[in-house]
Design a binder for this molecule. Structure first.
Ligand code: PSU
Ligand code: MN
Length: 331
């Protein structure tokens, strides 16, 4: 069903690619990927490279990638190679960043817009996708002075009301990580680290705080995710996978770059949706590109973890409810 141009619910505005549509119809595993990191997280050509590499990692794991973006009033779920390249090479500044609060403005404007974690969840869930990979979620920003910042990403509320598994490398290091965890706890979102007790720190392997939950490996992860989604609470689960060791930044290097960039952003009066892209770009310069390498490696790695998770969940759902653990061990 298609609504008149300029109108329509999320479901009516979905344009699911043929490949993703048939995978979903046949019950094969699909992984949603966001697109704001293509337009606002990386510069060209690193953005196209990371987009292609994460799609490839999903495929390698046996799942179908579904990159989500907006074009001409439609929510695209699954981009072909030409569309991915057109988006990655679109003039910088011409592409809107769409989150839940800016979804209507992005859909009402012509041309490309990209979806943050919150907007990607809205589209992917409507399309019937349950696993989603990104780099880092948005969260509670650091306060410039004493007190707590009210700049809290709409990603957190979306996690609270969308039953999906989001695979990331921890809340972005530019955030107030302890307060981000507090909001997620209040809103009923389980946060689980994979393979370690500490919360992954995005650029660094550890955020320096314990993760609320942890699982030893991907098999145990699939069991926990299936348990959470099976409860029908309505909320998502945040899966945090540490950046691969060979691309990680030392904790002190990451912290220094983040501190400097945050101070500079405050002095320059940067805030709102511009803040995250501004900080990421500044940290890239301050670390001589090491942060871009870490960010690329972690996004690609997360895409692979998400693909394997999607596969195990699909296999588990075809078995008796109690046999998912045994089933994933059987592989
Ligand atoms: N992960 C990355 N790079 C990014 C983002 C995530 O490695 O650029 C994007 C995501 O789309 C996330 C957004 O939803 O940053 C958060 O923006 P904000 O803090 O303005 O809500
Ligand atoms: Mn914000």
């Amino acid at each position: 069903m298609t609504a008149a141009p300029g109108r329509g619910s999320i479901a009516e505005r979905l344009q699911v690619s043929p490949e993703v549509a048939s995978a979903l119809a046949e019950g094969r595993p699909v992984v949603a990927l966001e697109s704001t990191l293509i337009s606002h997280g990386f510069a060209y050509p690193a953005n196209l490279e990371v987009a292609r590499a994460s799609e490839a990692a999903v495929r390698e794991s046996g799942a179908v990638p579904a990159t989500v973006a907006i074009r001409a009033g439609r929510l695209l779920v699954g981009l072909d190679g030409d569309a991915l390249e057109a988006l990655a090479t679109a003039e910088r500044g011409s592409v809107m960043k769409a989150a839940r609060p800016s979804l209507a403005p992005a859909l009402a404007s012509d041309g490309w817009a990209t979806t943050t974690v919150s907007a990607t969840m809205l589209a992917a869930h409507a399309a019937g996708i349950t696993v989603f990979a990104t780099g880092g979620i948005g969260g509670v920003h650091r306060a410039a002075g004493p007190g707590v910042s009210l700049d809290i990403s709409s990603d957190l509320d979306e996690l609270a009301r969308t039953p999906m598994a989001i695979v990331c490398a921890g809340p972005k290091a530019i955030l107030d990580v302890p307060n981000t965890l507090e909001v997620l706890e209040t809103r009923g979102v389980p946060v689980v680290a994979v393979g370690q007790a500490e919360l992954p720190g995005f650029y660094a392997r550890s955020a320096g705080v314990p993760a609320p939950q942890s699982v030893p490996d991907e098999t145990a992860l699939a069991v926990l995710v299936a348990a959470h989604l099976g409860l029908g609470l309505g909320s998502g689960i945040l899966v945090c996978v540490p950046v691969p060791a060979d691309a990680a930044l030392p904790e002190a290097t990451a912290r220094d770059a983040v501190d400097t960039a945050t101070r500079e952003a405050d002095a320059a009066g940067i805030h709102g949706p511009e803040l995250t892209p501004w900080l990421l770009a500044r940290i890239a310069t301050l670390t001589d590109g090491a942060s871009v390498r870490a960010n690329t490696a972690l996004i690609t790695n997360n895409a692979g973890v998400a693909g394997r998770l999607a596969r195990t969940l699909v296999e588990g759902s075809k078995m008796a409810p109690d046999s998912i653990a045994a089933g994933s061990a059987r592989r």
